[in-house]
Design a protein. Structure first.
Length: 220
């Protein structure tokens, strides 16, 4: 195909250049989440429930006393299960298991270790999934996305310069990649150091990644 200019000279349709742009933002976390709670076993269901409830109440009160807002403490699992033993193919009732787990969000990262230790002291026998993240993931991702677009343009300019061709600097199409790395990708670095009197957690840094596919026109 050809395009006609005002001077009636013909020139060929611009060639197409497609590049992948990657953006990466490294930031410190500002939010931690922990799953913790109590698993209680007993022959009598009511007794097991009561013991579990007492421990959970103590844990919640201790969290509140440490400055964790009540809105950041949420029950995410509560279960009552019957437990059995098996002897020579026979099912023998052993008792009940009551599980009450909380999801706790912590905005002051200096309190993570203390919250874990205090919860254990108040009866918590389940602690898992300590994660460090950021509150404003989407805003950080937008920064990574902008960096990915800049990276795509830089790649296109480098290729055009090496080929000694004229690049039209404005992309004709930019597509956000939907594959791996396209959405906010949080790499958490968590170190567990058991001290004499407390558990310490190192939040490390978080990496947010974005990727775009950009198409540019160029002429020889």
């Amino acid at each position: 195909m050809y395009y006609r200019q005002q001077d009636n000279h013909l020139f060929t349709k611009p060639f197409l250049l497609e590049v992948v742009g990657d953006g990466e933002i490294t930031i410190p976390p500002n939010l931690a989440t922990i799953n913790l709670g109590v698993v209680t076993e007993g022959k009598e269901l009511i007794q097991a429930e009561q013991e579990n409830a007492i421990s959970i109440t103590k844990i919640i009160n201790s969290l509140l006393s440490l400055g964790v807002p009540k809105k950041l403490i949420q029950t995410f699992d509560y279960r009552i299960e019957s437990e059995y033993d098996f002897d020579q193919g026979k099912q023998l009732f052993r008792g009940y298991k009551v599980t009450h787990l909380l999801n706790v969000k912590i905005e002051d990262l200096n309190l993570v270790g203390k919250i874990v230790d205090t919860s254990v002291q108040q009866g918590a026998n389940y602690v898992a999934n300590v994660q460090f993240t950021v509150k404003n993931k989407e805003a950080v991702y937008q920064q990574a996305l902008s960096a990915a677009i800049d990276n795509a343009l830089h790649k296109a300019q480098t290729i055009a310069g090496s080929l000694k061709v004229h690049l039209f600097p404005t992309p004709i199409q930019v597509t956000e990649s939907v594959g791996e790395g396209a959405r906010p990708l949080i790499n958490q670095s968590v170190t567990y150091v058991k001290g004499i009197t407390s558990t310490q957690f190192e939040p490390g840094e978080l990496i947010v990644k974005a990727r775009v596919i950009a198409k540019f026109h160029y002429n020889p």
